[in-house]
Design a binder for this molecule. Structure first.
Ligand code: GLU
Length: 302
C-alpha cells in the first residue's frame, strides 16, 4: 500500500451515518485536503457490519461532496495481515493469553496507581501448566504485554494529551482482531499520518500511539473533534429520530440544507447559506474550530 501522506475516515458500517458521523467525516476531509493529503475511507467491518450499509455510507458521503482516494479498504479483507502482526508480537514476547471474563477484570483488585479500568495483570504471568488448564475452560484473548503505563500524544484540538496504556486486547477470545490493533496496523499500512475522529476516542489514542511505536511506525497527528450531542447531552444516535440524510430527506430536509447546518455549526458558514466543500476548504482554520460539542435538536431543521 502507498506510503504517501494521508488522512482518513474509518466508519463502522453498522447502519446509515448520522449527522455526527457526517460532521466528523467532513472535518476529516477538510483537515486532509487543506494539508495536501490523500483522503482515504476504511470500512471498519470486523464487528456489527450490516450488509449494504457500506455502500449507503459511501453514497451519503458523496452526496455531501466528500471525495476520497480509492480503494476503499475493508478490514475483513485484511485478517491475514492482522494475524501475522499479532504473531510477530508473540514471537518477540510482547503478548500473552488472557482467560479473564469482563466480570473478573472488574472485580479483580487493581495494582496500586493503576488507572481505573486498567487490566489488573491477572493472566500476565501464568505458568504454561496454568494456561493449559484454563484453555480447557475458555478460549483465550490475546493481550499486549505493555511496558509502560502512560503515553503522550499530540492532538491538534486538545494539545498534548497523556493517557493510560495497559495490557490491552489485541485479539478477542472469539478470534477477531481488536480495534486497537487493526486501527494501528491499517493507519501505518495506508500511510495515514493524520487521524481525525470523534473525541470519544481521545482516551484510546495513547494505547494506539504506543503500539505504533512498538510496530516501528511514527504515531499520526491526531485531531479529536467535538461530537454532536442530543438535547440531553448524550451522544447522538438513531434513537434521536431523524438524524440520517435519508430520514431528513423523508422529512423534506434537503442534503444541501444539512450541509449548510453542519458548516454553520463549525463556524464555516451562515445557517442558510448554500455552501460547497471547496468553499468550506477555503474558509477552514483548524485553530478556529469549536471545542464544544454541537447540541442538535429537532428545531435545527424547522
Ligand atoms: N470505526 C470507529 C467509529 O466508527 C472510528 C475509529 C477511528 O477513527 O479510529 O467510531
Amino acid at each position: 500500500m502507498s506510503t504517501q501522506r494521508a488522512g482518513r475516515y474509518a466508519p463502522s458500517p453498522s447502519g446509515d451515518l448520522h449527522i455526527g458521523n457526517l460532521r466528523t467525516a467532513l472535518l476529516a476531509w477538510l483537515f486532509a485536503r487543506t494539508t495536501g493529503r490523500r483522503f482515504l475511507i476504511r470500512m471498519e467491518d470486523l464487528d456489527r457490519a450490516v450488509p449494504g450499509s457500506d455502500s449507503r455510507q459511501l453514497s451519503d458521503l458523496a452526496a455531501l461532496g466528500i471525495d476520497w482516494d480509492p480503494p476503499v479498504v475493508h478490514q475483513t479483507d485484511r485478517l491475514a495481515t492482522y494475524r501475522s502482526v499479532i504473531d510477530d508480537l508473540r514471537v518477540v514476547g510482547r503478548t500473552f493469553e488472557c482467560f479473564c471474563t469482563r466480570r473478573e477484570i472488574l472485580e479483580a483488585p487493581s495494582a496500586p496507581h493503576a488507572p481505573q479500568g486498567a487490566y489488573p495483570g491477572t493472566c500476565r504471568d501464568l505458568t504454561s501448566a496454568e494456561r493449559d488448564e484454563r484453555r480447557a475452560t475458555r478460549p483465550p484473548a490475546i493481550r499486549l504485554r505493555a511496558d509502560i503505563e502512560v503515553f503522550g500524544v499530540d492532538d491538534l484540538v486538545h494539545g498534548t494529551y497523556s493517557g493510560a496504556v495497559d495490557d490491552f486486547v489485541l485479539q478477542r477470545n472469539d478470534g477477531t482482531p481488536a480495534y486497537n490493533l487493526v486501527v494501528v496496523v491499517d493507519d501505518a499500512a495506508q500511510g495515514v499520518d493524520q487521524v481525525v475522529r470523534g473525541d470519544d476516542l481521545l482516551s484510546s489514542a495513547p494505547r494506539q500511539a504506543y503500539l505504533a511505536t512498538l510496530l516501528g511506525s511514527s504515531p499520526p497527528a491526531y485531531a479529536h473533534v467535538p461530537m454532536v450531542l442530543n438535547a440531553n447531552g448524550i451522544r447522538l444516535s438513531k434513537r434521536d429520530g431523524a438524524v440520517t440524510l435519508a430520514d431528513l430527506a423523508a422529512d423534506g430536509v434537503a442534503t444541501s440544507t444539512v450541509l449548510s447546518r453542519i458548516a454553520h455549526s463549525l463556524g464555516l458558514g451562515g445557517r442558510d447559506e448554500p455552501v460547497t466543500l471547496p468553499l468550506l476548504a477555503g474558509r477552514f482554520d483548524p485553530v478556529a474550530l469549536p471545542t464544544e460539542p454541537w447540541f442538535l435538536t429537532a428545531d435545527e431543521w424547522s
